[in-house]
Structure formats: structure tokens, C-alpha cells
Design a protein around this ligand. Structure first.
Ligand code: NDP
Length: 257
């Protein structure tokens, strides 16, 4: 099939921010949004990885910028949005993807892991929303996409604080969506099951990993980051009156419901 020219692309002239674009799902989302014609601002702490991805996207004819950002720092996130808007234009889409996950049972008191989980997965999402919302409301359009999880819908032992962080994202988003009726802004939550990424490498609680980590001795095929990226491109390319409010996407052999 012939490649689409830039005028035919679904997201032509759209500006998108993707947080946590330095690896895994976020990197795949940045690639797919750029492929669909969006100009993409990629944010994360590891600038070297963002630069490599930016070069790859540019080589493929896309437009991307790399902006070193810690999503737990409200000022840095505001600066990310300011820089994106002055470089690429007003933000149409923000994908709040940056996240951490630590397998740890509550009884083992890995309190630093608890705190990082809340800081990145909850406060990080709020910092992003706080940085784009007034602009989107003023323009009467915009799309906020949050990476929740199937654990935003059901609990999973060994991931109690992570589950709580994703329930936070779900509850906050549902209320936000209701508040935004009449503003032209959409809020979509993506709820992936297991996806093969580096997120499984960060846990230090060996007891919990051995008991609950599904990436050890995988008994079913995990999703790939691209599977999630395609779902996000679908959600953000619907007509203005259509709201894809959530997408649950799981490995075929591991339904949580
Ligand atoms: P990765 O570990 O591959 O990527 C996480 C990304 O988040 C990295 O780019 C990392 O960048 C970024 N990040 C972490 N902390 C910060 C911070 N303080 N500031 C800015 N960026 C940060 O994980 P995934 O791709 O798997 O995860 C992406 C999202 O998908 C997360 O929200 C996760 O909860 C969710 N998810 C993942 C599932 C899975 O099975 N993989 C399942 C369901 C949901 P850097 O370190 O460079 O800052």
C-alpha cells in the first residue's frame, strides 16, 4: 500500500505531548502519533533516549521535540507545555503516560516505593492536566489521554499502591469528564493488561516478585507497546462528537474480568 502523503494523515496539524516517551508504551505512542501526522513533544527524564527517538522520527519524516521533564515537578511540566506551545503550537492532545510500578506487599513496608508511585502516577498526571487545562478550555477543544491500567478497574495483590494509584486516575478522570461537558474537551483512559516493557525491572522486593510478578515465567503472550499505541491513535482520531472514554486492552489469554 502506498504511504499516505502528509495532507492525508489523520492527525495532520495536531500537537501532542507524550510524557514518559523515553521507553516502552510512551515511545511507541510518540512514534505512532508522529506516523499519523502529529507534531510530538516527548517528555521524560532520560534526555539521551528522547534525543535518539526524536532523530528516528525525523528520519521517517515526522516532527518531534525532546523536552527533559520530571512529571513530579509542577514547574517543569508547566515549562514543558510552554515550550511545546511556543515551538509547535497549542496542545491538542496530551498523553499522560509516565508511570512507575513496584511489586511490593504492604507488609514489607517499601515506603519509598509507595511514595514514588503516588508522586509519579497520581501527582504527575495532575501536574500535566493542570498545565494544559486552561488553554484547552479557552480554545474549546483538547484531548487528555491517561494511561490507567486494568488495575484501575480491579485489585491485584502485590501491587496495592499501584492499584490505588490507577483507581485514583480512574476516579479523577470520570469526574473531570463530567465537569468538562460543554467545553469540547475529551478524556480517555487506556487500561492495558500486561505489556512487555522495562516497568517490570524496577521492583526490589524479591519476596513479592517471586509470588506475584507475571513477567517471570510468562504463561501467556504479553501485549507489545505498539498494541497500546494503536488504541491511542484510534481514540484521538475520532470525530469531535465521539468520545472514546476508556479502552480495556489485555492479553487474550489473561482477562481480568
Ligand atoms: P516504562 O518503564 O517502559 O516507561 C515508563 C516511562 O515513564 C519512562 O519513559 C520513564 O522515563 C517515565 N517516567 C517515570 N518516572 C518519571 C518522572 N518522574 N518524570 C517523567 N517521566 C517519568 O513503562 P511502561 O511503558 O510499561 O509504562 C507506561 C505507562 O503504562 C505507565 O503509566 C504504566 O503504569 C502503564 N501501564 C503499563 C503496563 C505494563 O504492563 N507495562 C500495564 C498497564 C499500564 P524516564 O525514566 O526517562 O523519566
Amino acid at each position: 500500500m502506498a504511504a499516505l502523503n502528509s495532507d492525508q494523515k489523520l492527525l495532520k496539524d495536531h500537537v501532542a505531548i507524550v510524557t514518559g516517551a523515553s521507553s516502552g508504551i510512551g515511545a511507541a505512542v510518540a512514534r505512532h502519533l508522529a506516523e499519523a501526522g502529529a507534531m510530538v513533544a516527548m517528555a521524560a527524564r532520560r534526555e539521551d533516549r528522547l534525543t535518539t527517538l526524536r532523530q528516528e522520527i525525523e528520519k521517517n519524516g515526522g516532527v518531534a521535540i525532546a523536552v527533559k521533564t520530571d512529571v513530579t515537578n509542577r514547574n517543569e511540566v508547566k515549562e514543558l507545555v510552554r515550550h511545546t506551545e511556543s515551538t509547535l503550537g497549542p496542545v491538542d492532545i496530551i498523553v499522560n503516560n509516565a508511570g512507575v510500578m513496584y511489586y511490593t506487599m504492604m507488609k514489607n513496608l517499601h515506603e519509598d516505593d509507595w511514595e514514588r508511585t503516588v508522586d509519579v502516577n497520581c501527582k504527575g498526571v495532575l501536574n500535566s492536566i493542570g498545565a494544559v487545562l486552561d488553554g484547552m478550555v479557552a480554545r474549546g477543544k483538547g484531548h487528555i489521554v491517561n494511561l490507567s491500567s486494568d488495575l484501575g478497574r480491579t485489585a491485584f495483590a502485590g501491587l496495592a499502591v499501584y492499584t490505588g494509584s490507577k483507581f485514583f486516575v480512574e476516579g479523577m478522570s470520570a469526574a473531570l469528564r463530567q465537569e468538562l461537558v460543554g467545553t469540547g474537551i475529551k478524556v480517555t483512559n487506556i487500561q492495558p493488561g500486561d505489556v512487555t516493557t522495562e516497568i517490570f525491572n524496577a521492583s526490589t522486593d524479591q519476596e513479592t516478585k517471586e509470588k506475584y510478578d507475571t513477567s517471570i515465567n510468562q504463561s501467556y503472550k504479553f501485549l507489545d507497546p505498539e498494541d497500546i499505541a494503536r488504541a491511542i491513535v484510534y481514540a484521538v482520531s475520532q470525530p469531535p462528537h465521539v468520545a472514546v472514554n476508556e479502552i480495556l486492552i489485555e492479553p487474550r489469554e489473561a482477562p481480568a474480568f
